[in-house]
Design a protein around this ligand. Structure first.
Ligand SMILES: [Zn+2]
Length: 160
């Protein structure tokens, strides 16, 4: 997985040209120092619900750069739920037209490695629409990843 500075313009996977208001968050690696802090349970709970409805699913799995090699690809647990992270991205809607593009591993970075995302991203996760809501759908509709995301969500829903 590539490294991108937080809030830089998203260009990683953009076959049709993603909107110019999509910003990177949480594309960490071990070479670059990242801000650390304690995140609230409310925040991690909401971020987890984004992980249940990811976008741009890939066939490969990206492991965590900070974990020892032996458990780089461990299943992430929250309560009695389990998810394999490192296979997709999240889209979080912020103020105006702003969209945040994060790897789904961002959840793991927060809970396991004390990553503290930018304040505006935290705010967007806490107060923005959750995937699955009609408000989320309304905003997602304009984006090229939306059709594929809906197909994935249906498959994930059936697997549960
Ligand atoms: Zn890790």
């Amino acid at each position: 997985m590539a490294y991108y500075p937080d809030l830089s313009l998203y260009t990683y996977y953009s076959p049709l040209g993603e909107s110019l208001t999509t910003l990177n968050v949480g594309w960490l690696d071990r070479v670059h120092v990242y801000p650390q802090g304690e995140m609230s349970d409310v925040f991690t709970e909401r971020l987890w619900s984004f992980c249940h409805k990811p976008v741009l699913k890939t066939r490969g799995v990206y492991g965590c750069d900070f974990c020892p090699k032996a458990n780089r690809f461990d299943i992430q647990r929250r309560g009695d739920e389990e998810l394999l992270l490192g296979t997709a991205q999240l889209r979080v809607f912020g103020q105006g037209d702003t969209v945040y593009a994060a790897p789904d591993l961002i959840y793991h970075y927060v809970v396991a490695h004390r990553y503290c995302p930018p304040a505006e991203f935290i705010q967007a996760v806490l107060t923005g629409p959750l995937p699955g809501s009609s408000e989320y759908q309304e905003r997602a509709r304009a984006h090229d990843w939306w059709d594929e995301a809906q197909r994935w969500w249906k498959i994930l829903e059936e697997q549960r």
